[in-house]
Design a protein around this ligand. Structure first.
Ligand SMILES: Nc1ncnc2c1ncn2[C@@H]1O[C@H](COP(=O)(O)OP(=O)(O)O)[C@@H](O)[C@H]1O
Ligand SMILES: [Mg+2]
Length: 217
């Protein structure tokens, strides 16, 4: 998508490789910026299920929601092959942003048990760990922004009416719909400690997002 949109200085993601622009060697993930993503999505519609505003040419407004989701679930893996545009087979139909996918690298999936237990017994350690959730898959000069900071930046780059709608969604989000089934063991593969960690992390990240939105005004 970014290649086709001829995003300036864009180099495609290559798994396991640290792709660099020789003309801008200090820049990481060159070209995979919110500005370029917004440009590439200008002619792309929001998915049919989107309730936050008009759909035509509004894919970026939904992408904003992906950045909010990533901040909530601590997904650091939103590289340029972890979002997509669905191409219709008929030229007369619009391109549509694909539903979000590949959230495997979320909720501290690879956290050693000792770190997880420390985070569970010490809220400062959890907060320190959560702050290390960075948007390192996007163009940046190190150090990368936090996922929360990145999401708030994206929020203010979308349409103002939809940004207002997203703010309402985040401010009124009730996690109990997810947390109650989780605590009741609806995912048998998850250990009790993983459930506890996911619960604490989601609550903390929601609070961090809400605080950042308030601070931004
Ligand atoms: N729902 C989807 N919509 C569009 N493309 C998808 C979707 N799911 C997977 N893909 C395509 O398949 C690729 C691999 O899927 P992904 O879920 O990212 O798994 P992996 O863990 O292998 O990265 C993606 O990079 C994307 O090109
Ligand atoms: Mg993937």
């Amino acid at each position: 998508m970014l290649e086709e949109a001829r995003a300036p200085g864009y180099f495609p993601f290559a798994p396991g490789q640290d792709v660099r622009d020789l003309n801008r060697p200090h820049i990481r993930r060159p070209g995979h910026s919110l500005t370029n993503i917004r440009t590439a999505l200008q002619v792309v519609d929001a998915p049919a299920e989107f309730k936050g505003g008009p759909r035509e040419g509004r894919a970026f407004d939904v992408f904003v929601g992906y950045t909010l989701l990533d901040a909530l679930i601590a997904n650091r893996d939103r590289h340029d092959e972890n979002w997509a545009v669905l191409e219709p087979q008929l030229g007369s139909l619009p391109q549509v942003l694909a539903p979000t996918y590949d959230h495997g690298s979320s909720l501290g999936y690879n956290l050693p048990g000792t770190t997880r237990d420390r985070c569970l017994s010490d809220v400062v350690a959890l907060e320190r760990w959560a702050t290390k959730g960075t948007a390192h898959r996007y163009e940046h000069v190190p150090p990368p922004k936090t996922l929360v900071g990145h999401a708030v930046e994206a929020l203010h780059m979308g349409s103002p009416d939809t940004a207002k709608w997203w703010v309402e969604q985040v401010m009124s989000l009730d996690l109990s719909e997810i947390l109650e089934p989780l605590e009741r063991g609806c995912i048998p593969e998850m250990s009790a400690a993983s459930v506890k960690f996911a619960t604490a992390l989601l609550k903390l990240n929601l609070r961090r997002l809400q605080d950042a939105i308030r601070d931004h005004g």
